[in-house]
Design a binder for this molecule. Structure first.
Ligand code: MN
Ligand code: MN
Length: 317
């Protein structure tokens, strides 16, 4: 099985790691025109392939833009010789696990246009039996990402790491603000359960929104990974890097002290056993980073999410 997956990964029609921009999208479309090839080499029966792509937008950031540069910074750290492709779960990304970098989607700063482009891309990957792993961009991108997953699989269980609940009905008049994606997801009926980890900025409005939608907010005070439930599938995982303490993740627009340790995030991830239908790592702001440590953390979390997606296997409706 591993050999079959490696052969698919080596297929010349697949985008090569590091490919970026519009060209990568064209090759994706071409590869979709030959689905029989994937089925013929046994891939459809194998574990899901993981498709990394960037969403370089910060048009819905509320305070300071900069997250549009996040995908390039995390991708550079991921493929840098400074580290390797091992995961703590064992497998090596790209060798033991089929993993491709499809570059960035060509976004436009027109949110309704970009939302449609993101949805189309995610639905295309799901139709091919593959799992999207998206790099933001600001957190507004999670709305079309989750909406598309729910279109394919029905409402999903969501594990959401963040300092902020992102439940504002609107923020400064923008209902698609990066402070609002989970309000839109809940209103759309796209979440079976929404479990939020790392939250330490809950104001009255967001507390009311959490109660209205039935969001399970796990308090950061006295947090341990034991507090995090093991969710059923289909599971979607969204990691806002500001959920982690700013001492470990300074490269974000809204640093909030008192956050999660990296080990706590990994423990909450590794205990999840359900099939994962999508994941994102968002809000990296390279302009505020120190020595690239937040980009390196984003790259590590991408490897750990890829290994977890592979370990937990495909979701069957
Ligand atoms: Mn967020
Ligand atoms: Mn946040």
């Amino acid at each position: 099985m591993l050999r079959d997956r490696k052969r698919l990964q080596d297929d010349a029609s697949r985008p090569a790691p590091g490919d970026m921009g519009l060209g990568a999208g064209l090759r994706l479309w071409e590869s979709r025109l030959a689905p029989c090839e994937a089925a013929a080499n046994g891939y459809k029966q194998a574990m899901p392939a993981i498709r990394l792509f960037g969403l370089p937008t910060d048009i819905n950031s509320s305070f300071e833009r900069g997250a549009a540069a996040g995908p390039a910074a995390i991708r550079a750290a991921l493929f840098s010789d400074r580290g390797n492709m091992a995961s703590e779960l064992g497998p090596e990304i790209g060798t033991d696990i089929a993993f491709t970098d499809d570059g960035d989607l060509p976004l436009t700063e027109n949110t309704s246009h970009d939302d449609a482009a993101i949805r189309r891309h995610v639905v295309m990957l799901h139709e091919d039996g593959e799992v999207p792993l998206a790099l933001g961009g600001d957190h507004a991108v999670s709305f079309p990402l989750v909406e598309a997953a729910a279109t394919c699989f029905g409402p999903v269980n969501i594990l959401h790491f963040d300092a902020h609940p992102d439940l504002y009905d609107d923020f400064a008049g923008n209902p698609r603000s990066h402070a609002s994606p989970f309000a839109r997801i809940c209103e759309g009926g796209h979440a079976k359960r929404l479990v939020q980890v790392g939250i330490r900025t809950l104001n009255r409005h967001c507390r009311e929104q959490a109660a209205r939608f039935g969001v399970e907010v796990i308090p950061m005070a006295e947090f341990t990974p034991d507090d995090v439930p093991v969710l059923d599938g289909p599971l979607y995982i969204s990691i806002d890097l500001d959920g982690i303490d700013p001492s470990a993740a300074p490269g974000v627009a809204h640093p909030e002290p008192g956050g999660l340790t990296v080990r706590e995030v990994l423990a909450a991830l590794h205990k999840q056993t359900a099939p994962i239908v999508g994941a994102d790592i968002v809000e990296h702001h390279p302009g505020r980073d120190i020595g690239g440590v937040t980009a390196i953390l984003g790259a590590k979390l991408a490897r750990e999410l890829a290994a977890l997606i592979d370990r937990n296997g495909s979701y069957k409706n």
